[in-house]
Design a protein around this ligand. Structure first.
Ligand code: SF4
Length: 325
């Protein structure tokens, strides 16, 4: 049960399409109005993401340099040591990050890695930061172990619409993804689930991707919206860039359909102008990843983000604050 009657999980495609395609100024006004009802409009959460196991992934996500099936040349590493993760988390905390996200390039974690993963979560929690992991598909036992360690969020993106999904990934299904998301939520871990746009999909795929998230039993607590970073040698290397206005419309629709979720402006910010990012914040994005790298891709550095926040009068959410009204 959702606790607020203005939060709906019964959106229809017609409604979502109408919202997305209304005149741009009306869309932004609606998104900003809803954003203000639920969040401080001038606060943005800063999260830090660390790759704890890079490359050699068995999945075939067409956008990803870490897939062993794509032509990208990234070499595979082992799961890194707990102390290294915690040293990086301490640095991130000192630099102002309040959430620490750890990502591993796996189809799913192996049993032998679970104790290490549990120790990472416990260590990050002991620093007073929120913890988030993305490790691929999880079974019930793995979910319970991570919940027992105190994991706050689990990230599992649906990537795109169900219709377009098989153009992007063939090694696991859209239904597999929804199953993991439901399993995580049922265990009481907050869900972080979003997708990637600019992968050659149609407008209706962007709408349907958000609709799939907004009509889950409850909305994901965090909705990352990524802009494709075309990576050499991957199947999407030559994909034409998406019109930035379409990207902003996607962010606005996410905010309107899922009013209380943190909408996170994720990968692709290096290619976005300050003005485009400002427009995304106005459309309701209220979380970013900070630091020079995002798993394996470039990200604007701390200085650039601090300068942008100062120009826009935005402050970073304090630890323990979710920016909600
Ligand atoms: S996106 Fe994740 S699951 Fe897909 S290939 Fe890359 S690392 Fe593997």
């Amino acid at each position: 049960m959702l606790d607020d009657l203005t939060i709906r999980t019964d959106w229809t495609r017609e409604e979502a399409d109408r919202i997305y395609n209304q005149p741009f100024n009306d869309l932004l006004f609606q998104a900003q109005t809803i954003h203000r009802q639920h969040f401080d409009p001038n606060q943005v959460q800063r999260s830090k993401l660390l790759s704890i196991k890079t490359g050699g992934c068995a999945e075939d996500c067409a956008y990803c340099s870490q897939s062993a099936r794509n032509g990208a040349t990234l070499s595979a590493s082992k799961l890194i040591e707990v102390e290294r993760v915690l040293a990086e988390a301490r640095k991130a905390k000192e630099a102002g990050a309040t959430r620490y996200c750890m990502g591993a390039a796996w189809r799913s974690p192996k049993e032998r890695d679970m104790d290490t993963l549990v120790a990472m979560v416990e260590g990050v929690k002991a620093l007073g930061m929120e913890s988030c992991m993305t490790l691929g598909m999880l079974d019930d036992n793995q979910v319970l172990k991570l919940k027992g360690a105190g994991l706050d969020y689990y990230n599992h993106n649906i990537d795109t619409s169900e219709r377009y999904y098989s153009e992007i990934i063939t090694t696991r299904t859209f239904a597999d993804r929804i199953e993991t998301i439901n399993r995580v939520r049922e265990a009481g871990i907050k869900v972080c689930a979003g997708g990637i746009v600019g992968m050659g999909e149609e407008q209706m795929d962007r709408i349907d991707m958000l609709l799939a998230l907004a009509t889950l039993e409850s909305h994901p607590d965090s909705v990352p919206i990524n802009m494709l970073i075309p990576i050499a040698d991957t199947p999407l290397a030559e994909t034409k860039p998406l019109d930035p206005i379409e990207f902003v419309r996607t962010v606005a629709l996410a905010r309107i359909l899922m009013p209380k979720s943190h909408v996170r402006l994720s990968a692709g910010r290096t290619e976005m102008s300050d003005e485009m990012q400002a427009m995304c914040f106005f459309a309701g994005a209220n979380s970013i990843f900070v630091g020079d790298t995002l798993l394996t891709a470039d990200n604007p550095g701390e200085d650039k983000d601090a300068a942008l926040f100062a120009r826009l009068g935005i402050t970073a959410m304090a630890p323990g604050c979710d920016g909600q009204r």
